[in-house]
Design a protein around this ligand. Structure first.
Ligand code: GLN
Length: 239
């Protein structure tokens, strides 16, 4: 009997743009290829927070979507902090990446409170940062994606960036950082979706989840020809 891994997708109704749902599909399919049985739970506003959670995935959204979920997100904050402290792997993109930080102050001055799990803050900027983006990271090599955000994120000293920008804007367009790493959390502005073109990150999330739950992870060698092709093509796209 294959082992179950429970994936929790946060707010698919409100926070799920530019293909972010593809991150969930990728983790589910790769889990199957590695010999595990993925079980997906979608968490939307007002739902009961599930008891079994092995991987958390959350996507981006418009400022309006972020405003809609903010109270509910604050309500489940204790669960998310506890899971993060316990080493649960999480991938959070753009809108939720911002709200896992301290706050997002939008261009019109509205402050959307975050859950303060990540030492970072975000300020709306006049210019939208849009386009294909490539970054270099220690853990995952070159990471390729697509960004579209007005928020400019600044990291505090308790977290490190996911990588350094080679092409694109990244966290804020100024300091060449992109995304965040903290415990087993990966945060990033990169849509695309991110994971189909960056399977190393998907396998990191899977490895952490499986090891935490079952003690060891024996990966299957996956034929990633199509991911490689997608990476080659995406890397040659203009900004
Ligand atoms: N609304 C946020 C911003 O514009 C997040 C955008 C997104 O998730 N792509 O910065």
């Amino acid at each position: 009997m294959s082992h179950n891994i429970h994936i929790l997708q946060l707010y698919p109704n409100d926070m799920n743009i530019y293909g972010d749902w593809g991150n969930v599909l990728t983790v589910m399919r790769r889990l199957q290829w590695h010999g595990y049985n993925p079980i997906l739970t979608e968490y939307n506003q007002g739902d009961t927070f599930p008891t079994e959670v092995d991987i958390i995935i959350g996507g981006g959204g418009q400022d309006s979507g972020q405003t809609v979920i903010q109270d509910d997100l604050l309500k489940i904050s204790t669960h998310l902090h506890k899971l993060a402290d316990d080493g649960t792997p999480m991938l959070i993109i753009c809108g939720l990446y911002q709200l896992f930080g301290n706050f997002f102050k939008t261009l019109d001055g509205t402050v959307i409170k975050g859950i303060g799990l990540l030492d970072l803050e975000t300020h709306g900027g006049n210019e939208r940062l849009i386009g294909n983006i490539i970054i270099k990271s220690h853990e995952f090599g070159e990471i390729i994606g697509y960004e579209n955000h007005s928020g400019q994120t600044f990291l505090g000293k308790n977290v490190v960036p996911l990588g350094l920008v080679q092409k694109g804007a990244g966290n804020n367009g100024h300091d060449a950082t992109e995304g965040v790493r903290y415990k087993n959390i990966v945060g990033s502005y990169m849509h695309g979706s991110l994971l189909p073109k960056n399977p190393a990150i998907a396998d990191f999330l899977i490895e952490q989840a499986v090891t935490r739950k079952y003690g060891e992870f024996v990966p299957t060698v996956i034929d990633d020809r199509f991911a490689e092709l997608a990476r080659d093509i995406a890397a040659k796209r203009p900004r």
